[in-house]
Ligand binder design. Sequence first.
Ligand code: NAD
Length: 260
Amino acid sequence: MTVLDVVAAENKTIVKPLEGKVAIVTGGSRGIGAAIARELADKGAHVAINYQSRSDAADEVIKDIEENEGSAIAVKADVSNSQDIADLIEEVKNKYGKIDILVNNAGITRDRTFRRLSEEEWNEVINVNLNSVYNTTSAVINHMLEQKSGRVINISSIIGQAGGFGQTNYAAAKAGMIGFTKSLALETARNGITVNAVCPGFIGTEMVQAMPEDVLSKVVAKVPMQRLGTPEEIAEAVVFLAQADYITGQTINVNGGLYM
Ligand code: NAD
């Protein structure tokens, strides 16, 4: 290789696979959502990081992304509030002119055995984990249909597949996301839109660290890989789906073998 070849190679622009794409990540200020936002930005996408209350946490993620020469903005919205979400989608469209990737990540747990579960705890979990998916997707789908391309990626859960003790509300919401994923995938496949779900197992975030230590160590002992997953391992699956043209209606399990 000549000196000129070396100079040319060094100056060659590295084309990132999601260069120019615009992504929204709900609940993107921490945990799995923050890892997804970082990974999408690392692959070249402009990322709108939705947060509910912790603007400082969202700003931290943006700082990281910008230090890595990526592009991101923070947008405040409660995903269970349809007006908030309509405003969020408008803000992102006005800023970037389009939306290519929607990652429905925001979620909460309110664990309680069914006999003790209040109507409020049921509704809260269904609203934040499932009705939010209606709010965001309905606000963005016409735009994706018009542009004849789009990616909707829903962060469901192993609990939606296998059930969870004290988690009827959460399991119902997460299983609902899987049914939603398959049905919308059927309806939009011919329009260049793919709709997929990622089902994490137990991932080391605040949500899981809130579990009592003895319960958590029993869970880890049951995982064939004998450890919790990392947020980055979920983000890798999301970035893969964001680039995949011929995969739709699927659930990708990232769970260390806990549910097969
Ligand atoms: P987390 O609690 O660390 O993060 C959840 C995020 O959702 C936070 O940023 C929070 O602010 C946001 N959020 C909550 N309510 C919101 C609302 N009303 N409006 C906007 N944002 C809201 O949890 P995590 O572990 O990072 O989980 C992310 C997703 O992955 C969730 O949907 C969760 O159910 C799912 N999941 C997590 C695990 C796990 O083991 N951690 C396993 C399976 C599925």
